[in-house]
Ligand binder design. Structure first.
Ligand code: TNX
Length: 548
């Protein structure tokens, strides 16, 4: 009897120490298209299991191995399919398949028999399958995990699922940019919009115009007292920096492994104060010296526009070509927002240019700039994305519009047959407040609580009625960093709103359910934020859209 009791306690102990229950498939976020549970059995993944990959997915196999080892301590062997000697009892297959996989960005995952099998036909979609699988493992060290048999078929609702980050108003280390990309990957986003230039700084290395970095990357003041509590104050220490080309290459590569495309933005012809600080000859007052902006806000009254002169266009062509060469992305963002026309009005050179080129007015000049740069980008096979002000002219239909006002500009763009990425201030500006608590950390004007993000519908009804809904290719949240001086503050502003947006963009509309989303957020996603050591906003249950 003693012996049996000992045996029982041994079995009990072993099961507590080494084997952990898998996370529930009901907790997967964003919610998959189809999850078929079978109560037949389970697949045990322990340290003897192998990751077996088709050659297309070598990088993703290594990625899964690293992620799984970090999360659970299970350090699996990775083998090329066909070269596995059949020694492993259980395997995780990463297979290339273009039969079963018949939709864009689709993957399937089957847990059955002795194996887990993820099928996809491109690296990005394989990453989505991997994210789903990783969510089934617990966030702790284990000896083995029993994965319940299941069959998942999954693909996104929208083709463009983006997060933007402004690295100008505040700059963040490469390590954080990578972390940000990891956040995107976890949430099955596919695009990182990297806002690299603005009035307050130039943040990417340019060899052909070195003063962009020597002068334009630095400003004379640092914002302090940004997080929780204190209103913005500035001290007089130099602030700034830029990403070197090698760092950019490294980030691009890192993102590619994780299925994330990076769209760079060089913002012209306004928002160019850092450029004219470095090269006053491109400004409408070539004999004036300009400082890199040290305060926020629209630079209407302070010059930040480019002058249409031959040197400026040569500069634009060279710089856009240089940056285009660094990014494999088919798309390039040329800004185009908030260009103050008063400086062109007051400048004889600009006025003469408008007449000579038969442009109607200053808006026509703005369009001229956009078209010139679109031409330079075309030479590099890039398609253009711009903020909705690019609609002020009659722009080539191939340009994609990001509407940063409300849905209104998005509707106008779609009606004019432009593809649209919805980024309306309400509710997709994550620099806006998520509470009305007067003690909340300093942010900008609007109020965009979590439930408003979750309930956001990217396709306006009128477009559906007019059968123009296919022009809406997706949506994006913008993260302007005037009041985010640290990675922790960025995290606090994006979490959990980014998780809500991931479900808006990925999951079928009819599967959206805010109560269930919050349940999953609490049981499965917030533990992730903690595991990542990330800040997040906790008051989302108190601060809802009906709060005045
Ligand atoms: C407007 S939206 C801007 C940014 C600011 C932001 C602050 C847009 C295209 N331009 O330059 O950072 O407002 O919310």
């Amino acid at each position: 009897l003693k012996y049996i009791r000992f045996l029982f306690s041994l079995i009990f102990l072993l099961s507590v120490v080494s084997s952990a229950a898998a996370q529930s498939v009901d907790d997967i976020t964003p919610k998959p298209v189809e999850v078929k549970k079978a109560d037949r059995g389970h697949v045990t993944i322990d340290k003897k299991a192998q990751i077996v990959f088709d050659k297309q997915f070598a990088d993703q196999a290594a990625y899964l191995k690293d992620m799984l080892a970090a999360q659970t301590g299970l350090n699996l062997q990775v083998v090329l399919n066909g070269q596995n000697k059949g020694k492993a009892s259980h395997r995780i297959f990463l297979l290339f398949d273009n039969q079963v996989i018949n939709k864009a960005e689709m993957y399937t995952m089957t847990v059955e028999g002795k194996d887990v099998t993820i099928r996809a036909k491109d690296t990005g979609s394989m990453v989505y399958g991997i994210q789903t699988l990783l969510q089934l493992f617990p966030l702790k060290k284990v000896e083995e995990v029993k994965l319940q048999d299941v069959e998942i078929t999954d693909y996104p609702r929208f083709a463009y699922r983006g997060m933007h980050l402004d690295v100008v108003r505040h700059m963040f280390p490469v390590s954080f940019i990578k972390k940000y990309i990891d956040y995107l990957a976890f949430h099955k986003f596919n695009t990182f919009h990297w806002h690299l230039t603005d009035d307050q700084g130039w943040r990417i290395e340019i060899e052909s115009y070195p003063k962009l970095n020597a002068v334009g990357s630095w400003r004379d003041a640092t914002l302090i007292g940004h997080f929780k509590d204190v209103p913005a104050r500035y001290d007089s220490t130099r602030y700034g920096g830029f990403y070197t080309k090698n760092e950019v290459r490294e980030v691009v590569k890192y993102a590619a492994v994780r299925g994330i495309n990076i769209i760079p933005e060089i913002d012209i012809p306004g928002h160019s104060r850092a450029t004219i600080a470095a090269y006053p000859e491109f400004s409408t007052r070539p004999d004036t010296t300009w400082n890199v902006a040290t305060t926020w806000g629209m630079y209407n009254r302070q010059n930040n526009v480019l002058q249409p002169n031959p040197a400026t266009f040569k500069f634009l062509k060279t710089v856009f070509h240089e940056v285009a060469d660094l990014f494999p992305s088919a798309y390039f963002h040329l800004g185009g927002d908030e260009c103050s026309k008063m400086w062109w009005k007051a400048d004889p050179v600009s006025q003469k240019f408008i007449k000579q080129h038969n442009l109607k007015d200053e808006k026509g000049l703005q369009t001229y700039f956009i078209e010139q740069v679109a031409g330079y980008l075309k030479e590099k096979n890039k398609k253009v994305i711009g903020w909705h002000e690019i609609l002020e002219g009659d722009l080539d239909k191939s340009a994609i519009v990001m509407n940063w006002g409300g849905d209104k500009e998005g509707i106008t763009a779609a009606t004019r047959k432009h593809q649209v990425i919805m980024t309306p201030g309400k509710p997709l500006y994550f620099d806006h407040y998520q509470s009305k608590d007067p003690n909340d950390s300093l942010a900008i004007h609007g109020y965009n609580p979590l439930d408003a993000v979750y309930k956001y519908e990217p396709v306006p009804d009128v477009l559906r009625q007019k059968k123009l809904d296919h022009y809406i290719i997706g949506a994006q949240a913008n993260v302007w960093t005037e009041y985010m001086a640290s990675p922790a503050k960025v995290e606090y502003m994006i979490f959990p709103r980014m998780t809500a947006l991931s479900e808006v963009l990925w999951s079928p509309r009819e599967k959206k359910d805010y109560a269930d989303f919050k349940r999953r957020l609490t049981t499965a996603v917030i533990p992730r934020y903690r595991y990542w050591n990330s800040s997040y906003f906790k008051g989302f249950d108190t601060w809802t859209s009906d709060k005045q």
